[in-house]
Design a protein around this ligand. Structure first.
Ligand code: FAD
Ligand code: SF4
Length: 488
């Protein structure tokens, strides 16, 4: 695979970014394209390692050495076919995946790993720009109908796979537009929404029906939907946000991150009816929570023109290098610094917010924190302990709560009598994605809890196989690692 000596000749390279002072003036993506020659060299770094651990690192089982080799040889159309045979939407993962495959890359043991994600993005973009990504409606239709609830990456992957098997698929989405968190969570500067629209045109051409502005469980009962369709797949995401129930959390200026991000994505989309405006302009902003959501709040706040942006994380600061107790090829917990962090945010770790403070009109003016340490005792769960004497006051007019999600909404599940675990994740085994109610399946964050786009696509593909088998007695839809006839 690749060039036998490629990893010795070429250093790792990924797309560079536009300078901070330019990119914070707009919401467009800001990566700078690479030359084809450079991309081929990156493909050449893949080193014929014998057992490609990257396959198992990737939740989709992407055939990484094969597409790397095709890129190295300049066979871009072949690379696109290989890539699409395991991944319905490489243009999303190529931009947004944290790339567990790269942590599992054999070259990464003692060198910089192959830049797999960047290669993936460039294969996907070349395929679209060359017109190789075309609608592939099924040759033959079955008479079976499937309702997919939720249009995030899990719902879209489920729908495309089941439509390919010939079933008539309708996707129900309560929001105005299709895409789930791709549309209304992740900011445009990380994923331009034209990238979603471009893919949706293909899905529509293939024959998938989309019904937006329809909340299942409210606008249409889940029981009626179940009667109307031969199978139902729950892909509603993990949408219940974690709160911070401390003194002052009702002050004006303490805002859930998702309200802030969703409103901004709608604003960028030209929607004007946004309700009460949430802006970071000329404010000292504190983002509480150090994950992807927090990072997206930071980048958005800078684009609003915030005076300062500070980020709190309750966990200790990780190391830049892989910790010794998390060896290759596992996914290590280490310090990750996003492009948004690099736009000027000050980050604090092992810090806990104790209370918000406000003025007499109920506006947020600041908050109080303490430093914390994690106590780890054998046989016990890690425990958080405040460090006495570390109380500190901070000025802030906007506090964004990016504390993650506790689980999924239960309306549809309750209407259908579907069981969930104590965290409100729908109970459906990874072996068949079936819930306890025959004909009802679950995939994505609603099943596995808050996760990643790559997992949502993977679950959607797996669930589609089992729905197809339920409807037809058996299924030819590929499971993870089986690959498919190359289609784009
Ligand atoms: C701010 C933010 C940034 C992120 N950044 C990244 C990233 O960079 N990389 C990454 O890999 N992951 C990222 N993630 C995680 C990733 O977005 C999710 O794991 C993924 O979108 C889950 O896909 P899903 O299809 O399961 O659910 P979702 O994308 O949440 O989609 C669920 C959809 O179901 C709809 N729905 C729910 N209930 C109903 C109903 N009753 N009727 C009709 N429709 C309904 C919702 O409106 C929603 O559109 C991020 C998450 C957030 C919040
Ligand atoms: S989807 Fe993610 S894990 Fe899989 S090959 Fe692409 S970047 Fe790697």
């Amino acid at each position: 695979m690749g060039k036998i000596t490629g990893f010795l000749e070429f250093d790792r390279k990924v797309e560079e970014y536009a300078p901070v002072e330019d990119r914070v003036k707009h919401y467009k993506e800001f990566t700078l394209p690479m030359e084809e020659k450079e991309l081929k060299e990156q493909g050449a770094r893949c080193m014929d390692c014998g057992i490609p651990f990257c396959h198992s690192g990737c939740p989709l089982g992407n055939l990484i050495p094969d597409f790397n080799d095709a890129v190295y040889r300049g066979k871009w159309e072949m690379a696109a076919e290989i890539l699409h045979s395991t991944n319905n939407f490489p243009e999303f993962t190529g931009r947004l995946c944290p790339a567990p495959c790269e942590e599992a890359c054999v070259l990464g043991i003692n060198e910089n790993p192959v830049s797999i994600e960047n290669i993936e993005k460039n294969i996907a973009e070349t395929a679209f720009s060359q017109g190789w990504v075309k609608a592939q409606p099924p040759v033959k239709r079955t008479d079976k109908t499937v309702a997919v609830i939720g249009s995030g990456p899990a719902g879209l992957a489920t729908a495309q796979q089941l439509n390919r098997a010939g079933h008539l698929v309708t996707v129900f989405e309560r929001d105005q537009k299709i895409g789930g968190l791709l549309r209304y969570g992740i900011p445009d500067f990380k994923l331009d929404k034209s990238v979603i629209d471009r893919r949706l045109r293909i899905l529509e051409e293939e024959g998938i029906q989309f019904k937006t502005g329809v909340e299942v469980g409210t606008d249409i009962s889940a029981e009626d939907l179940k009667k109307e369709f031969d199978a139902v797949v729950l892909c509603g995401g993990a949408t219940v946000r974690r709160n911070l129930p401390i003194e002052g959390s009702d002050l004006k200026g303490v805002v859930q991150a998702m309200d802030f991000l969703k409103q901004n994505n709608k604003r960028v989309d030209g929607i004007t009816d946004l309700g009460e405006e949430i802006k970071a302009t000329d404010k000292d902003v504190i983002v509480i929570g150090g994950g992807d959501t927090g990072s997206d709040c930071i980048g958005t706040s800078f684009r609003h023109g915030a005076t300062s942006v500070t980020n709190f994380e309750i966990m200790p600061k990780g190391t830049v290098d892989r910790p010794d107790d998390q060896p290759w090829p596992f996914w290590p917990m280490r310090l990750r610094t996003s492009t948004s962090h690099k736009e000027g945010a000050e980050r604090f770790f092992s810090i806990s917010t104790k209370k918000f403070t406000g003025d007499k009109d109920g506006n947020l003016t600041g908050l109080v924190t303490t430093e914390v340490e994690w106590i780890i005792e054998t046989g016990k769960r890690p425990r958080l302990q405040e460090i006495p004497g570390t109380e500190k006051e901070w000025k802030c007019e906007l506090a964004l709560l990016a504390l993650g999600f506790t689980g999924s909404e239960m309306t549809v599940a309750e209407q259908l009598g579907i069981e969930a675990d104590p965290r409100t994740n729908i109970k459906a085994s990874e072996s068949d994605y079936k819930t306890n109610v025959p004909g009802v399946f679950a995939a994505g964050d609603q099943r596995r809890g808050q996760s990643l786009i790559v997992w949502a696509i993977s679950e959607g593909r797996q669930a589609a196989h089992h729905v197809d088998a339920y409807l037809m007695g058996s299924s030819n839809l590929p499971l993870k690692g089986e690959g498919d006839l190359p289609r784009i």
